[in-house]
Design a protein around this ligand. Structure first.
Ligand code: NDP
Length: 253
């Protein structure tokens, strides 16, 4: 990974971030805006997104815009309509960060209620796919574009109790690999980021007993999020990146 700061400008980049209202997605939106990107904030909670937009306005860079979408209820037609709305204001996208996600509950696979399985798949996988399909033309309109999905260590190696979440993340890795192969001769690079244990509310619900002070913060893990959206990562595709290389999965010690 090339971390030279002169390569990390995002001027003239329009980047859409899902789950931009909180945690890692919020930090990514702020990071991209600081580097000069025009950021399209996507989420379901207008008030939280307005707070992020206000924070971005304070740096005096391009104003951020909000596009509401609730992944729990969105269908394919709504995702197409969402992409049409984006296209009217941003006919080309240099980046999409798929970050929105839910954990579900930690319990044995045999006990997962259908509704929970369906909701985790819907938010983490299905709507992420519908949106990707609808936004591809806008990514292909850019001279060079980056599509990044969010994975997890349990999306590479199964772990007891992480049922629907782990399966959704394995599928996300698969979606990334298929798309990277399909677009390998195009302007579009497609990759995954595994954040590794990071201090957010999702992490606190997964590991309520751990000492959160030992975890990296969303700001700490931004280098790979930034790298993948900048021209420094052109040509990198089909890769599952670790935001915390070498970190052992599981509770912070
Ligand atoms: P948070 O719970 O802090 O943030 C999740 C984001 O997703 C929020 O913006 C949330 O919106 C949004 N979201 C949730 N449900 C919906 C929905 N129905 N419609 C639209 N948006 C929704 O989680 P993290 O920041 O920790 O996680 C971000 C990503 O990183 C996820 O994909 C997660 O799986 C992954 N990850 C995180 C790790 C960690 O240790 N934190 C480790 C490995 C992977 P709202 O603010 O409205 O709730």
């Amino acid at each position: 990974m090339n971390n030279q700061s002169d390569n990390l400008s995002l001027k003239n980049h329009t980047i859409l971030v899902t789950g931009a209202s909180d945690g890692i997605g919020r930090e990514a939106a702020l990071t991209y805006a600081r580097q000069g990107a025009r950021v399209l904030l996507t989420g379901r909670n207008l008030q939280k997104l307005e707070d992020v937009r206000r924070q971005i306005a304070a740096f005096g860079q391009s104003p951020a815009e909000i596009f509401l979408l609730d992944f729990a209820t969105a269908d394919a037609a709504q995702c197409r309509e969402f992409a049409d709305r984006i296209a009217r204001t941003a006919p080309q996208l240099e980046g999409v960060l798929h970050n929105a996600g839910i954990l579900g509950t930690i319990q044995p696979m045999a006990d997962i209620p259908e509704q929970e399985w369906q909701q985790v798949m819907k938010i983490n996988l299905e709507v992420t796919f519908f949106l990707t399909r609808a936004l591809l033309p806008l990514l292909l309109n850019a001279p060079a574009a980056s599509l990044a999905f969010t994975s997890s260590s349990v999306g590479r190696e199964g772990r007891a109790g992480w049922g629907s979440y782990a399966v959704s993340k394995f599928a996300t890795e698969g979606m990334m690999q298929v798309l990277a192969a399909e677009y390998q001769h195009s302007n579009l690079r497609v990759n995954c980021i595994n954040p590794g244990g990071t201090r957010t509310s999702m992490r606190a619900s997964a590991f309520p007993e751990e000492n959160a002070a030992l975890l990296k913060t969303p700001a700490d893990i931004m280098p790979v999020y930034l790298y993948l959206m900048t021209d420094a990562s052109r040509g990198q595709t089909g890769i599952s990146f670790d935001a915390q290389p070498g970190r052992k999965a599981g509770p912070a010690e």
